[in-house]
Unconditional design. Structure first.
Length: 145
């Protein structure tokens, strides 16, 4: 079972956020929380809040402990940049780009859970579409008489 949490427009550069994300990949939720609480990086506090949100989402779906949740995927993407201008000599201006990040965190449970629905419905649809392609329907045999 998966649970995910998304943080958008975090005002830290993606390059700096990816350093923290690299430390958390493959860890379980309690280890990741301990790492984030002791990490001297600016983006560790928003990461901690995002992790807590993903754990709460997992607990809402299925009752599970933090030890059985593993960070399966962390994706750090670039958000839209903010443009600021700094005055320079002789009436000119330089552009300063303020970078931001989008973070997507996916947790998976290590405990196997039973699927909600069996996968028999797509198999029927596949056989029906195969019979339409080959022309083995009953209506074609009636027309030939």
């Amino acid at each position: 079972m998966e649970s995910k949490a998304i943080l958008r427009n975090l005002r830290f550069a993606p390059r700096k956020v990816r350093l923290v994300a690299g430390l958390l990949r493959g860890k379980n939720a309690t280890e990741a929380r301990a790492i984030l609480q002791n990490l001297p990086k600016g983006s560790s506090l928003p990461f901690l809040k995002l992790l807590q949100s993903a754990v709460a989402n997992a607990k809402q779906k299925i009752s599970i402990t933090d030890d059985k949740l593993v960070i399966s995927e962390i994706q750090v993407d670039m958000a839209p940049r903010l443009k600021r201008y700094e005055p320079r000599a002789m009436g000119k201006a330089d552009v300063i780009l303020k970078h931001a990040s989008h973070i997507k965190l996916i947790l998976k449970s290590t405990v196997e859970t039973a699927p909600a629905k069996p996968a028999k419905q797509p198999a029927k649809a596949a056989t029906q579409s195969a019979s339409k392609k080959t022309g083995d329907s009953k209506t074609h045999s009636k027309k030939s008489k």
